[in-house]
Design a protein around this ligand. Structure first.
Ligand SMILES: [Zn+2]
Length: 231
């Protein structure tokens, strides 16, 4: 794990290099304290761009943050503009961070099972290529805190949705490894090995530090994950 907790509840990912600030919040910095989280990363809340997350596969390009509509339905955000802070809220779903190692563009996606099944991750990769000329081999990807196979109980129909990533249990239900689903999607596009950084954190196991929608029975609190091109 290469996230550094600089201030309590401020986790910075160091896998993208010095020109990118990326990180996620701990539970002491709840929805009312987003400005403190961003401040801990050296970012400003006025620069934060978020969308109405709908568990879909639509990717939005952010060019003019000032005129951006926070009610735009989307689950992925990409920009090439310095200083723009792209944000995704999760509490069990996978925050997926993306950055071009040449610094041309970066993005973030909300990886719930529905959006992942619909292709939000390959859509992000396609978008980088079609809008910014960033090839899959130029990208680095990171997974933030999310519910993991140890805790993510789902129905048997998930064995059809995600073959190989569903692990049957004796109860008739099973466990889903969403991060593995994303890994396989990335591998099929040629992204693997050291280009992927997984924090490995399970939000349900680590409920002392992170929000978990399932563990906490439908909490409205969220982890905020952000990424920004700074220089
Ligand atoms: Zn767990």
């Amino acid at each position: 794990m290469s996230a550094i907790e600089t201030v309590t509840g401020v986790y910075r990912l160091d896998c993208f290099g010095a020109s990118v600030v990326a990180g996620y919040s701990g539970r002491n910095l709840d929805n009312s304290k987003r400005h403190l989280f961003l401040g801990g990363l050296g970012l400003k809340i006025e620069d934060l761009v978020m969308v109405k997350q709908v568990h879909g596969a639509v990717v939005l390009r952010v060019d003019h943050p000032a005129s951006h509509d926070p009610e735009s339905p989307a689950d992925g955000l990409i920009t090439d503009k310095k200083g723009v802070v792209l944000g995704i809220r999760t509490a069990d779903c996978v925050p997926v961070f993306f950055a071009d190692e040449k610094g041309r563009a970066l993005g973030i996606a909300h990886g719930g099972w529905k959006g992942i099944k619909q292709g939000i991750v390959p859509n992000m990769i396609d978008f980088f290529q079609s809008h910014y000329g960033v090839l899959p081999g130029d990208l680095k990807v990171a997974f933030g805190p999310a519910i993991r196979a140890c805790c993510y109980e789902v129905g048997p129909e998930f064995s059809r949705y995600f073959p190989g990533c569903y692990h049957a249990a004796g109860s008739g239900k099973g466990r889903l490894d969403l991060a593995e689903v994303i890994r396989r999607q990335l591998a099929s596009i040629g992204i693997g090995g050291e280009r992927i950084h997984d924090t490995g954190i399970c939000t349900a196991c680590r409920n002392d530090s992170f929000f978990s929608y399932r563990r906490e029975h439908l909490t409205s609190e969220r982890t905020l994950s952000v990424i920004s091109l700074v220089c």
